[in-house]
Design a protein. Structure first.
Lengths: 75, 144
């Protein structure tokens, strides 16, 4: 389970999202927070979310299951 | 975009100016909203956009500077919401708000803005706010 401050890499094969503003594979992120499903300020699914952010402070949320498949913890 | 302090934001500013209470430095976050939170709105009553990919964005303010009869501060960083992978294209972002917490409903809603043109992001879209795109100001009216 990811924890705040953990470092990961976006490791899916395709960019995340549409251009402009997509996130490239290999982008390093830090876990800002794991957000329970019923907390305002992130996604709207029933699943808990992981909020990740880049070094320049850009943040986005991702469901826990997707996070497990698309993000790799840095050693 | 057109913005204003909320009553809470004005109270914090006035309390700091008069020395009634000290305002500690803290990280503030920009939220995307689907309606005007109004001047008396709170983090508990505002209607925040929600979709997978959405998160509140850290707001980095400039030092205040003169702008006409105002003193003004604005964002020094490009602010990007998304990629909004769970967006449906059916929900419009109409307003922005500055709040004191990265998630949740506890904290201060201190300023609000109406966006120039509402946006209804499709799946995977990102929404960006340019540097200096959102500003907050206080009037420094000349004495009569």
């Amino acid at each position: 389970v990811p924890e705040a401050g953990d470092a990961y890499t976006y490791s899916a094969s395709e960019p995340l999202g549409n251009d402009p503003g997509s996130v490239a594979p290999g982008t390093r992120v830090t876990v800002r927070e794991v957000v329970p499903a019923d907390v305002q300020g992130a996604h709207d699914d029933s699943e808990d979310a992981v909020v990740v952010e880049t070094e320049d402070g850009r943040a986005w949320s991702v469901g826990l299951q997707t996070f497990a498949s698309d993000y790799t913890e840095e050693s | 975009v057109t913005g204003a302090l909320t009553d809470r934001g004005a109270d914090i500013a006035l309390d700091a100016v008069t020395g009634r209470t000290a305002a500690a430095a803290r990280t503030m976050y920009l939220c995307a909203l689907t309606a005007d939170p109004t001047r008396t709105g709170t983090m508990a009553t505002m209607t925040e956009y929600a979709a997978t990919g959405y998160a509140r964005q850290a707001y980095t303010p400039s030092a205040p500077a003169t702008s006409g009869n105002n003193r003004l501060t604005n964002n020094t960083n490009t602010i990007t919401f998304g990629p909004l992978t769970g967006a449906t294209g059916a929900v419009a972002i109409t307003h922005l708000a500055l709040v004191s917490a990265a998630t949740g409903t506890a904290g201060d809603l201190v300023a609000r803005w109406a966006v120039d043109a509402s946006r209804s992001p499709a799946a995977g879209d990102s929404i960006s706010v340019a540097i200096s795109g959102v500003s907050a100001s206080l009037a420094v009216t000349p004495l009569a």
